[in-house]
Design a protein around this ligand. Sequence first.
Ligand SMILES: Cc1cc2nc3c(=O)[nH]c(=O)nc-3n(C[C@H](O)[C@H](O)[C@H](O)COP(=O)(O)OP(=O)(O)OC[C@H]3O[C@@H](n4cnc5c(N)ncnc54)[C@H](O)[C@@H]3O)c2cc1C
Length: 521
Amino acid sequence: MQGGSVKNITIIGGGSAGWMTAAYLSKKNPDIHITLIEASDVPVIGVGEATIAHLSRFLFTLGLKDKDWMPHCNGAYKYGIKFDNWHNIGDEYWHPFEALPYYNSKTNLATYWWYDRYKYNRKSSRESLYTDCFFSTEILKQNKIPRVPGAQDYSDNFNVKAGQDHVPVRVAYAYHFDAGLFGEYLKNHLAKPAGVDHIIDNITDIERAEDGNISALNTKNGLTLEADLFIDCSGFRSVLIGAALDEKFISFSDTLFCNKAMAMQIPYENIETELQPYTTASAISHGWVWNTPLTSRRGTGYVYCDNFVDQDTAEQDYRAFLGEKRVEAFDVRHIDIRVGKYKNTWVKNCVAIGLSSGFIEPLESTGLHFIHVAVEKLSVALEGGFYNAGDRLAFNRYMTLSMEEARDMLSIHYSLTNREDTDFWKAVKYDTKMSDSIADLLMLSKHRFPNDKQGYIFGNNSWICVLNGMNYMPSSDPFLNIQPAEVQKQMGLIKAYTALRKKVGHQFPNHYEYLTKQFFK
Ligand SMILES: Cc1cc2nc3c(=O)[nH]c(=O)nc-3n(C[C@H](O)[C@H](O)[C@H](O)COP(=O)(O)OP(=O)(O)OC[C@H]3O[C@@H](n4cnc5c(N)ncnc54)[C@H](O)[C@@H]3O)c2cc1C
């Protein structure tokens, strides 16, 4: 069958993917009846706390305001990512979620910053890109958030006066939250009230029709669940797309070597200083450690590759990094990671969403993003109550291209390193497989920063921040010919940023105080 009408959907899995899918479809496709089944004896993955700014679109569509859901999920704000020790030990760089300004120009401010630095032999450091060209980084460093009084949800926008102009500053933000509680919130406040049926049972057997479609799922307790469309949100088990339909899995392990993780939750010692409005990704001996501050605790985890270090040594390194004494009372949870994706994530009448469809590894926090965009695309495909082969093709192409873009973005975090202090860092430096599109980007970026790289997930600002952070700067002999007056004007914006921060910086609220005041009065 090429497609068909869809009146009933069955979702397998009650993790973040299952409940995000159920909540979204029950709101946007109300004529479709949805059943969600989850096994009581298969736990959810229990990690996945850092998001990217696109999530605001999901929240907006569901009509969720920060004040409604964040307190239920121990949610805090995330305005970017700080990377420690990636190019060299001791280095630091930032990936703020702020758009690079195009100040009456077709070229972004970072390009002028670079031009000014080399053409006029300025002494500005490589690190100054993050504070010169982005208004918010300096504020984040002080544990403050760039929220102005009366700010609306989903992003922070305000104007900076530069000369005669008012230049808009557009700061997008994301969140840190407990993904398990987020799923619970969506279940109890949206999906179930909208009529989603919820069954606790285990899928044990899958029935196929002659045309290869899934016709029914049989459960441990003797139920038979029929549906027009089945959504596989069963996590790394991929119960439908992999185990039943046997779709080919494309591994990304030749590009992204990390295949293990361990996670630990740590209580705060001093929440006012530790509740930072950004994720920190710190490279250590055989991978990297995440730090995601929630309002209730810090989430941490170590992502590493077991070809280079055994689990016990990795755990010792992780504990040493976090502070042996501080974490001695807390257990570590070990997790296997499968990096890659199914060739097609919509096959026959089965759509895989979440970890069941693929996973890129948590650097740059794209896991929940792929759930959000998959359900968004699926919802549009099902708008008329049916789908055809074209919908499936378009969905598969979109998911493949966006997951490959994430893989490519992560690949340069590793391959552009200068570290050779362990076999892991030597391997990622010399052996990471690069895609053609990354090879193109690196060639272009030898001469100038990318100016038109608006992909599925990452825009110019993201690519420029990471390339610069990994010391992949354009040539020190700019062949662009920019008029001095234009450079001066653009540098004026940097001065205006600095002046405004000095003038009003104290008015921006401390992250902890803001959350306390807004949500926990
Ligand atoms: C180490 C690590 C760190 C991560 N960090 C981030 C991050 O910072 N940011 C981010 O956005 N994402 C992150 N992710 C990804 C994120 O955790 C997941 O995308 C998200 O939690 C969705 O998981 P899921 O619902 O697909 O799977 P799970 O949470 O594994 O849920 C699977 C569900 O399927 C059910 N199930 C399985 N088999 C059956 C069966 N036979 N019958 C019935 N039910 C069944 C289970 O009961 C469960 O309810 C991370 C992932 C990992 C591994």
